[in-house]
Design a protein around this ligand. Structure first.
Ligand code: C2E
Ligand code: CA
Ligand code: CA
Length: 512
């Protein structure tokens, strides 16, 4: 799951980040080119207005001489030669005395009422032909010269620079867009961006471009989007492969459990009095396909920390059932099958059910199921854990306290926990040698166990001296390399098949 999720997320992240960068690049380019278009438009309108300045000079001369036929012809010629100018008018004492139009025609409705501004935009309704104009005015003695500039030229300037941009010409609080009439600039929240002319009182404005624009992104950035999509997919696939290869030890263990690589080994527990096979302890073995056998001391603590101990033990229980159940006719009556259970599992809600399922597997068979709980873990103080074990004890399970003598909670839990026997840790048995004082520690542990009236299994019996010592101390249940190392299922079958049921003996007791 994690191996799919992380590459998927990373690929998605790369694609999103790439798209964001492409979008930013397109936005930046659009912003820059809009500003550039505005600068070019400003420059072109400056040029148009310079035509008006030059025409004003002519008009001033005409005004000085009065509106003669010659003067009107000069105005008409000037307007005709200046391609962007529509009409030139001379106003004196509140009256239009001369214009460039035939018959001194005037297109502006009541031009004398216009304010004395150098530059202004007039909406279509102020003109007889309903077409908006830009008016350039210059004051003269007793009046002013008014030059109108066609809106079509202004719009052409703004459109010609860049077809797709929405530039406006703003003069005072009036504005002329590329399309539509002159309008009053709304004092909206969105402040337009502008480039102002340094020569005349006008600006070219535009609304700030939206940072994200899906149409712009797809239309202008599709090839880069395709490339980044391809790269994201490739990265996702590579990451997926890499993660598939580099897994943690915990992942390896999880896989090993699912693949059934953890198998039970069986170590004999012997009855010291009779020499007969009393039972086996199930010990987990992990045969790693590459690293070979990994000892339980390495993977059990990790399984405990990660919670994998629960599926591990359940799998092990199921395997023990499937392996030992068919052998039950070969097993001595009351044969003990010990399995190690960890505190975190005992504490879990599934524990009682898991043990019952284990027990169900041997239903009708004369075997005793032993739950070995280690005394090393301080969790034995936990009342819930004790309660679960006592419930199972009442249900017929045997409870063994493992590694007795090494822990610190053992004695405190003995009052509440129904324990059938203790297993003396091999570290105590190991100390027993031919030397005189070597048994001191074990003497104490045995004495303690006897005082507490607990049955005892001695672990780690390796030598004849140790066996003799245990026999002398009437420790009847024994386990250790002296009798047999943990063996595979096949080895166990061989052992059981080699002798009839009642005669399975791992050593000849000298007392017999
Ligand atoms: P343990 O429960 O105390 O198991 C006995 C350990 O002592 C086993 O080691 C066994 O191979 C070893 N042993 C037995 N006789 C002798 C001997 O004469 N000399 C020496 N030197 N060693 C002997 P193993 O199999 O390596 O297991 C180590 C520990 O890992 C176990 O100690 C137990 O605490 C844990 N373990 C093993 N399998 C499981 C499991 O399925 N579940 C849990 N929770 N723990 C397990
Ligand atoms: Ca054990
Ligand atoms: Ca032990």
């Amino acid at each position: 799951m994690r191996n799919v999720f992380i590459p998927l997320l990373s690929a998605l992240f790369l694609f999103m980040a790439g798209s964001l960068i492409i979008n930013w690049q397109l936005w930046h380019m659009a912003t820059m080119s809009t500003a550039e278009a505005a600068r070019i438009s400003t420059h072109k309108i400056d040029t148009i207005l310079n035509e008006a300045v030059s025409a004003t000079n002519t008009a001033q001369r005409v005004a000085e001489q009065g509106c003669t036929d010659r003067g009107q012809l000069d105005l008409g010629t000037e307007a005709a030669l200046k391609p962007h100018l529509r009409a030139i008018m001379i106003e004196q004492k509140g009256r239009i005395i001369c214009t460039s139009l035939p018959g001194n025609g005037v297109l502006i409705i009541h031009p004398e009422t216009l304010p004395n501004l150098k530059l202004m935009l007039l909406p279509g309704r102020r003109l007889l032909n309903d077409v908006p104009v830009l008016i350039f005015q210059t004051p003269i003695a007793n009046g002013r010269i008014m030059i109108s500039i066609s809106d079509a030229h202004l719009r052409d300037v703004m459109a010609g620079v860049s077809e797709g941009l929405n530039l406006s010409l703003q003069v005072g609080d009036h504005s002329l867009k590329r399309t539509g009439d002159v309008s009053i600039v709304a004092s909206s929240h969105e402040v337009p961006v502008m480039v102002s002319s340094t020569m005349f009182p006008f600006s070219i404005t535009w609304q700030p471009l939206p940072f994200f624009n899906s149409t712009r992104l797809v239309q202008q950035g599709w090839s880069l989007l395709l490339l980044i999509f391809f790269l994201s997919v490739v990265m996702g696939i590579l990451l997926r492969r890499y993660m598939g290869k580099s897994t943690t030890f915990e992942d390896d263990l999880r896989k090993a459990i699912t693949k059934g690589e953890i198998t039970p080994y069986y170590q004999p527990v012997v009855n010291g009095e009779t020499g007969g096979l009393y039972g086996v302890e199930v010990l987990a073995r992990w045969k790693h396909p590459k690293s070979g056998f990994i000892p339980p001391d390495v993977f059990i603590p990790i399984a405990e920390r990660s919670g994998l101990i629960i599926p591990l033990t359940k799998n092990l229980m199921a395997k023990v059932v499937s392996q030992l159940k068919p052998l039950s006719p070969k097993l001595p009556d009351g044969f003990h099958i010990g399995i190690n259970v960890s505190a975190s599992h005992i504490n879990s809600s599934s524990f009682i059910g898991d043990c019952h399922a284990f027990g169900q597997g041997f239903k009708g068979k004369k075997v005793k199921l032993v739950l070995e709980i280690t005394e090393r873990e301080p969790l034995l103080d936990n009342p819930h854990l004790i309660e679960n074990l006592n419930t199972l004890h009442d249900a017929g399970f045997v409870i063994a306290l493992d590694d007795f003598g090494t822990g610190y909670s053992g004695l405190s839990c003995l009052n509440n926990l129904a324990i059938d026997y203790i297993k003396i840790d091999k570290s105590f048995v190991n100390r027993v040698t031919e030397q005189k004082d070597s048994t001191m520690l074990l003497d104490c542990v045995i004495e303690l166990a006897k005082k507490l009236s607990l049955s005892i299994v001695a672990e780690g019996v390796e030598t004849k001296e140790q066996l003799d010592y245990l026999n002398r101390n009437e420790i009847t249940l024994l386990q250790g390399y002296y009798f047999g190392k943990p063996v595979s299922y096949i080895e166990l079958i061989k052992l059981l098949l080699s002798k009839p049921r009642e005669k399975i003996k791992l050593y000849e007791n000298e007392k017999m």
